[in-house]
Design a protein around this ligand. Structure first.
Ligand SMILES: [Cu+2]
Length: 644
């Protein structure tokens, strides 16, 4: 497992920042005529320190407080809601470590300002960003052998129907794809292996469910014919991030899930009535968990059995209920679940998908082998794949697992988490009224939405920690104006009884998240110069190159100075400034800001970034380092002279 290429932890390979500050910095001071202190370099703090070695932090029954210097044992990847980012937490402490900007500009790193980030985010013809708002909900990571492989994570933007990919080596967004012909892209889930090729036991596809119905194509026709509105279920290639295919469906897609054998993708659905009015969306007593036979869909695409919609070249196959009644040829199967369900989650034993009822107080357990039997013509009615439908409480929304046969479902209306045993629920449903499937209940604060447990979405579910995203914090934190934070609660699920460990206020509004063991990632802390085709690899390459009114300024940074003490351009020039940080020391990031020109971004060790602007204001502008780097950080600047 986890045989992805590994690099040594950066802290193992290079000197720590502290030792740099005490040696190289001293040399820098000497270079400008100040006496260097003769203190010996302090030993660098390294990640080799064993977390928990000096306390019981993180152990069952132990404190979740990390002493200074102690590292968490789990990563959490959290969606940032309408902040449009992904957040990285350490667990069990709940400390937020960083935020990864994806869809929305970020002032710290210069996301949305640098040319490199604008290319990923997408621009209009005039070079400005196509979108500056987003609404991220769900984040999931790539798999190998049924566990996370540390390559990628994906996150959705519901507002503009975009999917972003995060590289988990550098913790950066590297690609964004806008899905054609859909609105309200909500549920997202990567596949776990290939449905046909057994040798491909890792993620190659990501599935995306669209929630809102729209006219197809949505270019002004069928405005007043809601009966013609439809949504699509999309498949995105994990590597190229191109949309591979889409399926035309009935109903609105909610959450998505995939099977461990790679054969099935699914989305929970409400409004299978295809109503366009609020009341219509809740009229049917039962909606569906909609299954997709991935291999059959791809065979249909290969055989040319598809259409395209509008300007999009993406093949669209017909997955509507009416066209897929014959199991032997069906691309889709609509398993009936009580009205307006919400989450669908795959159990870590690979056997079941569990649908949370939302408007029904039930969870529905669907046995995947029986769904496959239906597609194979061995099961006469698809609803016979339902092996349990049991009452758990009011407003069930999402389910997590502990790997010991128990499910944990959030109850929005009851403000509770219910722990229930899946096998006992199946027995109860089969008629054994002595089967006690509810194991425990825990009050939450308040109105929980998403829930996830450590490793819950993998075969290695470890039943250690569980987090809940509560939609309302009410009285849990000091009041700070009318906007309340959301409340993320941490629960110890290692014992029979659930134990509430902590409240964490979070800026609105995270939705979904995943929690996994830190050993699954080996983040890099220093870039490779070759990652950037425009890198300025040597300070000697620095300078100003003019091509008509287009001017390129090449510069490097090495603490405590930029390679150009000053540079000159002319009023009206289009200036592209390229900055490579040649420092190789871990944690030695520089910033670069130009007053009055709306420029600020950071460059991490060995990273290159560029910005383009019109030098429309003559004068002297002190570009300076905005990210603390050195004892002479304040002096680190370059004089931009714009000649009138
Ligand atoms: Cu600096």
């Amino acid at each position: 497992m986890n045989e992805v290429a590994r690099t040594p932890l950066a802290s193992e390979a290079v000197r720590g920042r502290r030792s740099f500050l005490n040696t190289a910095a001293a040399a820098g001071l000497a270079g400008v005529g100040m006496s260097a202190c003769s203190e010996k370099p302090a030993s660098a703090p390294t990640a080799k320190a064993v977390p928990g070695a000096h306390s019981n932090a993180g152990e069952p029954g132990g404190s979740i407080h990390m002493k200074p210097g102690e590292l968490d044992t789990y990563y959490g990847l959290w969606s940032g809601g309408h902040n449009g980012d992904m957040r990285v937490l350490g667990l069990p402490s709940g400390r937020e470590i960083t935020r990864i900007p994806c869809f929305v500009p970020d002032a710290l790193v210069g996301w949305g300002l640098t040319n490199e980030s604008k290319k990923i985010m997408g621009t209009k013809a005039d070079g400005s960003l196509k979108y500056t708002v987003a609404d991220t909900h769900h984040t999931h990571a790539s798999y190998k052998d049924g566990n996370y492989d540390g390559r990628y994570a994906w996150i959705n933007d519901k507002i503009n129907s975009r999917i972003a990919r995060i590289r988990l080596d550098y913790f950066i967004c590297d690609k964004i794809t806008e899905l054609p012909n859909v609105q309200g892209f909500h549920g997202i889930f990567p596949d776990k292996r290939d449905p046909v090729d057994a040798a491909i036991n890792h993620t190659t596809r990501v599935f995306c469910g669209a929630e809102f119905h729209v006219p197809l194509p949505n270019t002004g026709g069928d405005l007043d014919k809601p009966e013609n509105y439809r949504s699509l279920f999309s498949c995105v290639d994990a590597e190229s991030m191109e949309v591979r295919w889409q399926v035309l469906i009935d109903g609105n897609c909610d959450l998505a899930a995939t099977s461990y054998d790679g054969k099935l993708a699914a989305t929970n659905q409400y409004n299978t009535e295809n109503g366009a009015r609020f009341e219509d969306m809740m009229s049917a007593e039962r909606d569906a968990c909609l299954f997709f036979d991935v291999a059959r869909i791809e065979a249909a695409v290969k055989a040319g059995k598809f259409k395209t919609i509008g300007d999009s070249k993406v093949p669209v196959v017909d997955g509507t209920r009416a066209s897929n009644a014959d199991a032997k040829t069906a691309l889709t199967a609509y398993v009936s679940v009580p009205k307006n369900p919400h989450g669908v989650n795959a159990s870590p034993d690979g056997k079941y998908f569990i649908c949370a009822g939302k408007l029904s107080p039930t969870c529905t357990v669907i046995e995947l082998s029986k769904v496959l039997d239906w597609f194979d013509g061995k099961l006469d009615k698809i609803d016979k794949a339902i092996v349990a439908e049991v009452e758990v409480g009011l407003g069930p929304l999402h389910t997590a697992f502990d790997g010991r046969g128990n499910a944990y479902t959030t109850l929005f209306l009851d403000s509770q988490l219910v722990k229930w045993n899946v096998d006992a629920a199946i027995k109860f449903h089969a008629g054994d009224k002595n089967a006690k499937y509810v194991v425990d209940r825990l009050d939450l604060q308040y109105q929980p939405g998403h829930v996830n447990a450590s490793q819950s979405e993998t075969k290695a579910a470890d039943g250690r920690w569980l987090a809940v995203g509560c939609k309302f914090s009410k009285d849990r934190f000091l009041p700070a104006g009318p906007l309340h934070p959301e409340n993320e609660q941490l629960i110890d699920i290692s014992g029979d009884k659930m134990v509430l460990m902590a409240d964490h206020p979070v800026r609105g509004e995270p939705h979904d998240f995943i929690i996994f063991k830190r050993e699954l990632l080996r983040p890099k802390q220093i870039y490779a110069l070759d990652e950037f085709p425009n890198a300025v690899k040597d300070p000697k390459e620095s300078g100003v190159v003019r091509n008509g009114r287009k001017v390129t300024v090449k510069m490097t940074s090495q603490a405590p100075s930029f390679s150009l003490r000053e540079f000159r351009v002319k009023r009206g020039d289009e200036v592209t400034l390229i900055l490579t940080n040649l420092d190789k020391v871990e944690d030695l990031t520089h910033g670069f800001a130009i007053p009055k020109y709306n420029v600020n971004f950071i460059v991490n060790p060995q990273e290159t970034k560029s910005v383009t602007f019109i030098a429309d204001k003559p004068g002297v502008y002190w570009a300076y380092c905005t990210h603390f780097c050195h004892a002479l950080h304040l002096e680190m600047r370059s004089r931009m002279i714009v000649e009138a």
